[in-house]
Structure formats: C-alpha cells, structure tokens
Design a protein around this ligand. Structure first.
Ligand SMILES: [Zn+2]
Ligand SMILES: [Zn+2]
Length: 432
C-alpha cells in the first residue's frame, strides 16, 4: 500500500534551503511557517498526531510563529521554537511567507483521496484533495468535500460524522457539501456535519421535495455560517458552475434534476433521478459519482437506458462518462447500470455503498447488476460497504461496521484500500 498523503516526508513540502536551514538549527523565520491566528485564543493545542484523540502536549498563544513540517487533512505538522514537533488544526494557522516558498511537490505522491464510509444503507463520501502546504497557489489546495451524509441524525450513531471527527476536529473546514437528492438514506447524517464543521458551499439538486424533515434540513443549511459568512448555496445544475477545487482537477457536474419530471418516472424513481452526478478527472484517472440516478425499471431488460442514464448517454459529450472508478448508482440496484451505460463508463473499480435494509424482502446491491460489470470486464474489481454483512448476520441495526473504502489516485495510477469490519481486505476477482 502506498503511504497516505499525511505520511509525506517533510522534504516534499519544503524547499531544499529550508531543509538545510532546519538541519543547521537556523532561526524559525527562515523556513516557511505560520502565525497562530487570534481565533485560536486563548491558545492553539499542539498534539502528537493529527487527531483530537491525541491529547495536546502544549498550547501556543495567538501570534506565535511556528515552522511548517508536514500536512494531513485538516492539520499542519509544525515545529515550535523549542524544537519540538507536533500537529495543530490547519484553520488556525496563517501562512507567513507561502508566496515566496519553494515547494518541490513530488507529484508521484500527490494523492487525491475518496473515502466511501460505511453508513449501512445510504451514501456518505469524503473527498480530500492533495495539500502541498502552499495555500492560494491554485493547486493542491487540500480541499475537503463531502457528498451526502448517510441516514443517521443522532451524533452517536452517525458513522460519517464519527469518521470525519477522528480525522479532523470540531469546527474544521468543509469546502463543499453536496447532497445528491433528498432521500432519507442520503441527507440526515449531513445535519451533524453542518453542526460540527464549518461548511462553506452547499450544492443541492433543486428537486422540490415536500416534508418537514427536509424543510428542517434546508433551514439548517440557510442558517449555518462560518465566521459570520453564510454558506454559499448552489441550487440546481444551472447554478453549479465549475467549482475550483484545484487546477490539478477537472470537476464536472454532469447531471442534476433538470427542472421537469418529464421522462424521469414518479415517486421514489423521480426523486432518485433528481440526483446530482459528479465526475472528477485527475490526470488520466477519473471517478464518477452517481448518487441514486437510475437507468431503468426493475423488470426492464438492461439494454434500453431510461431516466438519468438515458439523458447522460444522450448528452453532447457522453464520452465524458468514461471513468476509472465508478461509485455505482442507487446502491447497486437493478434499477440502474444498463449495458450501454456500463460500456460508456467502462470502470476498473466499482464502489457500492449499501447495507442490510430490506426493500420488499430484497437487499441492495442486486447480484444481477454487479454481474453485468464483471461480464463487461472480468478484470474489474467491486468494493462494497456491506462487505460480508450478510454472512455476518448483520441487520440495519449493526451494518455500519467499518467496511470502508478508500480510493487514492495521483493522476496516473489508482489504488483501493478496502475493509471488512475494520480489517483490511483484498479483492482478487470480480465478484458479483
Ligand atoms: Zn439511496
Ligand atoms: Zn434515493
């Protein structure tokens, strides 16, 4: 397994002269550094590892100058004036001289990470872009993006919130929150993300959903702010534009609710077909995230795309669907993944976010759907957040059991790290 980005050695992040200066014990001011912001008052906690689980070993007041050593998602590794090294929350550190800093980014190790977190039946995805430790130079900005939030509102049950909190800290920055569509297996967990983090931008499909729970969620998005600045809301495909998550990435919103239900079914089918579809290209590698967008009715043959898949395939540039990694639509349901769609995407890695909630005595994913991907490309690999849940006898009460999937790409290779009940697994065949 390649090292995750946060294990990058300091040499990646600092200029050679700065390295030499450090080795010689030169004054703090000569290396790239940060000033502790006033907002950290009374003091900024310095921890032995990048998590709030690690108890602080010291606390430095606003105005203190510290040296840059390394980075992790949400954190900076810093050297204090006494020579000790520790981790501090990134949002409280203002860079001193980053404009002049020479950063020799090792592009082989500039990993984009996509975490598909096991929340049982539902979707919850965290994307972290590579961080070169130079804010504002337009690339490798260390952005944090969440897509959906899973089904659980209560903090203690909210696996997505807990997953992020062990890697971040209260009040950490989320650059963008995308809620694909207003189904209860996708957005309720995002309430906890809004409450515990500083969300800066919100993307919603624009589907006109009725009901008090959704209305309350939307009111929460309207009410939240960070440092007095309300969340910037983008509602509907026309308002999405092209987000700037770093010049190394090409980010495309390929689809969202088109503003009319025509040709998109009704009821739950229509609501699934309101999903935001997102594609991220990084070098030669790409990931397509489908939400619950559908392609057919359950009993239809798989060769005639309908609904969102039809619109995606008919869109001007359907070749743009081709992707290394596919977060499969609708938890792997037989209502999506038609053959023309699979041909167009041609994924090497198929990610399934699902659990053990029965739908008319049936669980998702459908093996028939997954079999189409394996038939298309037997070398493909399928990773699931319900890994082994059936054989473990799990139910909806305990199916969020750590079957997490972490995709990493440096723009020319992609790796997948997968787990079953928290234990690392490898997939040696395409298993429907
Ligand atoms: Zn769903
Ligand atoms: Zn849905």
């Amino acid at each position: 397994m390649r090292s995750p980005a946060w294990l990058l050695p300091a040499r990646v992040l600092m200029s050679l002269p700065a390295m030499c200066a450090l080795a010689a014990g030169t004054a703090v001011a000569q290396a790239p550094g940060y000033i502790v912001q006033q907002s950290a008052a009374p003091c900024l906690r310095i921890r032995p590892s990048p998590t709030t689980d690690a108890e602080a070993t010291s606390c430095v007041p606003p105005g203190t100058l510290v040296q840059a050593v390394g980075v992790a998602a949400y954190w900076r590794q810093v050297r204090l004036a006494d020579g000790s090294i520790g981790w501090a929350a990134k949002k409280f550190l203002e860079p001193t001289d980053s404009a002049g800093a020479v950063v020799e980014t090792d592009e082989e190790n500039a990993w984009l990470e996509v975490h598909v977190v096991d929340v049982g039946q539902g979707d919850a995805i965290w994307i972290h872009t590579f961080d070169d430790n130079v804010p504002g130079n337009g690339r490798y900005e260390g952005k944090n993006i969440v897509i959906d939030g899973g089904p659980d509102v209560a903090d203690a049950k909210n696996q997505f919130l807990q997953y992020l909190l062990t890697r971040a800290h209260e009040g950490a920055r989320i650059d963008a929150m995308i809620i694909t569509h207003p189904h209860a297996d996708h957005y309720p967990g995002a309430e906890g993300i809004l409450k515990h983090f500083d969300v800066h931008e919100y993307y919603g499909s624009g589907y006109p959903k009725d009901g008090p729970q959704w209305a309350a969620f939307r009111a929460q998005v309207d009410a939240e702010s960070s440092d007095g600045v309300p969340i910037v809301e983008h509602i509907g495909l026309d308002s999405f534009g092209t987000p700037d998550w770093g010049s190394e990435l090409k980010v495309q919103f390929l689809y969202a609710y088109p503003g009319t239900p025509d040709g998109l079914g009704s009821g739950n089918t229509l609501e699934n077909n309101a999903s935001i579809v997102l594609r991220i290209q990084y070098g030669t590698q790409s990931i397509l995230l489908m939400g619950d967008a559908e392609g057919k009715d359950r009993d239809d043959p798989p060769n005639q795309p309908k609904y969102a898949e039809r619109l995606l395939l008919q869109s001007a540039d359907s070749s743009a669907l081709h992707s290394t990694v596919l977060k499969i639509a609708h938890h792997g349901s037989e209502t999506s993944s038609t053959l023309p769609f699979i041909d167009a995407v041609d994924p090497k890695y198929i990610l399934v976010s699902s659990g053990r909630k029965p739908f008319n005595h049936r669980f998702l994913p459908d093996a028939t759907t997954l079999a189409r991907y394996c038939a298309h490309n037997p070398a493909a690999r399928i990773y699931r957040t319900d890994q082994d849940d059936e054989s473990e006898g799990r139910t909806v009460a305990d199916d969020a059991d750590g079957d997490n999937i972490i995709v990493r790409t440096n723009g020319h290779v992609t790796t997948v790290e997968a787990y079953s009940s928290g234990q690392h697994i490898t997939q040696t065949a395409c298993v429907p």
